[in-house]
Each structure stands twice: as structure tokens, then as C-alpha cells.
Design a protein around this ligand. Structure first.
Ligand SMILES: [Zn+2]
Length: 227
């Protein structure tokens, strides 16, 4: 005997629609399911088409939330989408973290060849950090997220330390070649990083003193050129 999966009405001649609902429930529950399904399709398209990681994540979050709503209907025996919301959830539940990881890999590959590429890479890393925080507060944070966030933190630290180290090495070489002005420029840039990136260098007081003394020393060499 046919039974409406929403109101549980039974009847030999009761006809159910594609959602397994009677005609009355189709007006209410069925309409709601159709509304949510339209949103789900729209959000799926937006995830595919968006170029921006932030809006991809936002749409992924809304998409999964709507699928959860449909999944509740499905657990009562009401049909919603094809593939079912339940299947879609299992396909897409990790897609937020996958988006973050893909972006991370792209940024990590940017080669730092000078101040401009360093600035660009750091800017992208900081934006990605924000997206990680967005994900953490809006999605269910799991072990995979924490692992990825640790990798990101490590990469950021590496990028900063490497670039700082390069500036110092370059400065030493320039000084050796008596190019004191450019040696000083490199040191000033290193000093800026030292002050800015407290996560890596702490308060860096010893290093600051060391760099300051070094800069002063270069100043004296710049002001009194050898005869
Ligand atoms: Zn019904």
C-alpha cells in the first residue's frame, strides 16, 4: 500500500509523486525540496565557475548546508535529487579543504627571485591564511585541516627565513665587493622583515642590535670613501 513519506497517510488509491509524497505534502514539502534543489544546482555552478577562492569556499559551505537539509528529507524516505543528497555529501564533504590545499600548492610553487616575488608570495600566503580561518570557523574543522594549516604555517616561515637569509648573504657579498650602498639597502630590507615577522623572529632584539651595528658600520664606510 502506498504511504506518503511526510504525513504517513496510507491508502490503496493514494498516488505518490516522484518525491514519494501525497499531493498535499507535495504543495508544502515538495515545494521546499524543489526550492532547495534549485539553490543546490546554482551553488554547484558557482563553485565550478568562480575564480576566487573565497567565493568558492562560501558557495561550498552553502552547498553542503543545503545538501544536509535535503539529506534530512531523504532519511525519511523522501526522494530529493539525483544523485541523492547523501551521495553528493560524500563526494563534496572534503572539497573545502581540497580547495585550500590546491591553492596552497599553487602558491608554494611561486619562486622567490627578488623583493617583488617575495611580496607577492607573502601576500597570497596571508590571504590563504584568512581563508583557512574562514574554513575553520564555518566548516567542521578536522585533522586534515589542522595538518594542512601546519604545512601552511611552515611554508610561510620557510619563505620568510629563506628570503631574510638571502638578503643577509647578498649584503655580505656586496660589502665584500665594496658596494656599501647596495649592501646597506639589502640590510634595511632584512631589518624590515625582522621587525614585521614577529612569529618567526620573536622580538629579535639581539638580531636587531646586530643589524643596526652593521648598518652603522656600512654608513661610516659610505661616508668616508677610501682614498
Ligand atoms: Zn502527505
Amino acid at each position: 500500500m502506498a504511504q506518503c513519506k511526510a504525513c504517513k497517510k496510507k491508502g490503496l488509491f493514494l498516488s505518490l509523486n516522484k518525491h514519494n509524497l501525497c499531493s498535499e505534502c507535495e504543495q508544502t514539502v515538495g515545494t521546499r525540496i524543489n526550492e532547495i534543489s534549485v539553490e543546490v544546482i546554482r551553488q554547484h555552478k558557482a563553485i565550478e565557475n568562480s575564480k576566487n577562492l573565497g567565493s568558492k569556499l562560501q558557495n561550498t559551505k552553502d552547498f553542503l548546508e543545503n545538501l544536509e537539509l535535503l539529506d534530512k528529507y531523504e532519511s525519511q524516505g523522501i526522494k530529493t535529487t539525483t544523485p541523492s543528497a547523501n551521495e553528493l555529501i560524500s563526494i563534496y564533504e572534503n572539497s573545502g579543504i581540497e580547495l585550500l590545499n590546491d591553492e596552497f600548492v599553487d602558491i608554494a610553487q611561486i619562486e622567490v627571485s627578488g623583493q617583488d616575488s617575495y611580496n607577492r608570495k607573502m601576500k597570497l600566503f596571508r590571504e590563504l591564511e584568512n581563508q583557512f580561518n574562514y574554513y575553520k570557523s564555518n566548516f567542521i574543522a578536522d585533522d586534515e585541516l589542522l595538518e594542512s594549516k601546519e604545512l601552511l604555517d611552515m611554508q610561510i616561515e620557510c619563505t620568510i627565513s629563506l628570503f631574510y637569509g638571502n638578503l643577509i648573504d647578498n649584503s655580505k657579498n656586496l660589502e665584500k665587493n665594496k658596494d656599501y650602498i647596495n649592501a646597506r639597502n639589502k640590510l634595511e630590507k632584512a631589518f624590515e622583515i625582522l621587525v614585521k615577522e614577529k612569529e618567526v623572529f620573536g622580538d629579535g632584539e639581539d638580531l636587531r642590535t646586530e643589524l643596526n651595528d652593521w648598518i652603522k658600520n656600512l654608513d661610516s664606510k659610505i661616508q668616508t670613501p677610501p682614498n
